[in-house]
Design a protein around this ligand. Structure first.
Ligand SMILES: N[C@@H](CCC(=O)N[C@@H](CS)C(=O)NCC(=O)O)C(=O)O
Length: 237
């Protein structure tokens, strides 16, 4: 049995982590039977979620989980795409993971109102006495990560300006196609869907929602893939 370690549904999303959502969608695309369990970051091979347990071994990182499914189960998430299309899909995938993801992290973790509306709840499991210190420490780590990546050096308006470009690029490329690369879904749809759903998440007060919502094709894409992969949640989004 395959077990995918994730955080679990939250914020009206299948998972607060776009990478966990991506891995969930990849497993569903693969048509493999799997179960989910709550991630323990102390036991995660790379200290992050998601990770996958398969036959006694652990595979860390959503992209390597995808590679693992391809190599071990004979799946090609990009079947039907030529080399140029595979390159384009990969570029959009990494635009979501290495660029837009950080705009989402910034909106959720750096603004007090949003932090208190969402991420602070992750710490409910920490004993009350030490909770404020742990919250402060982890938030400091996130702030440092944002600085290291670069987004943490920009103002909120600058981050939104960068995100708007990326979102516009995604929307323009998607056009009226049902999936990123055409009539068939491909591996990149897993993270593009997860990113668009995260941007549109109305639990948080952020201009990113408006930036994504002004593209009706992105909203329709989120709704379509939510209904396809997470029908239980589709009714509530
Ligand atoms: N490259 C990784 C990124 C995974 C990732 O950043 N996971 C975050 C949640 S979105 C995490 O587990 N963070 C916990 C931490 O850094 O302590 C992947 O694709 O799986």
């Amino acid at each position: 049995m395959l077990t995918l370690y994730v955080f679990g549904p939250n914020f009206g999303l299948p998972d607060p982590s776009p990478f966990c959502m991506k891995a969930l969608v990849l497993l569903k695309m693969a048509g493999l039977e799997f179960e989910t369990a709550t991630a323990n970051l102390q036991k995660a091979p790379k200290g992050k979620a998601p990770y996958l347990a398969d036959n006694g071994s652990l595979v860390a990182d959503s992209t390597f989980i995808g590679f693992h499914l391809e190599s071990q189960y004979g799946i090609d998430f990009n079947a039907g795409l030529d080399e140029a299309e595979r390159g384009t899909a990969w570029a959009f995938e990494k635009l979501c993971e290495d660029h837009l993801y950080w705009a989402i992290v910034h909106a959720r973790w750096m603004r007090d109102d949003n932090f208190n509306a969402g991420p602070v709840k992750f710490f409910d499991v920490v004993p009350a006495l030490i909770r404020p210190f742990v919250v402060k420490m982890v938030r400091t780590q996130v702030r440092r990560s944002l600085k290291g990546q670069g987004f943490g050096r920009h103002s909120e308006a600058e981050i939104v300006a960068l995100a708007e470009r990326a979102i516009g690029g995604l929307a323009g490329f998607l056009g009226e196609k049902p999936y990123l690369m055409g009539e068939q879904s491909c591996g990149a749809d897993a993270i593009v869907f997860a990113t668009v759903a995260s941007l549109l998440c109305d639990r948080f007060d952020t201009p990113l929602i408006e930036a994504a919502a002004r593209h009706s094709n992105l909203v329709a894409y989120r709704d379509r893939l939510m209904a396809q992969y997470f029908p239980d949640l589709a009714a509530t989004t």
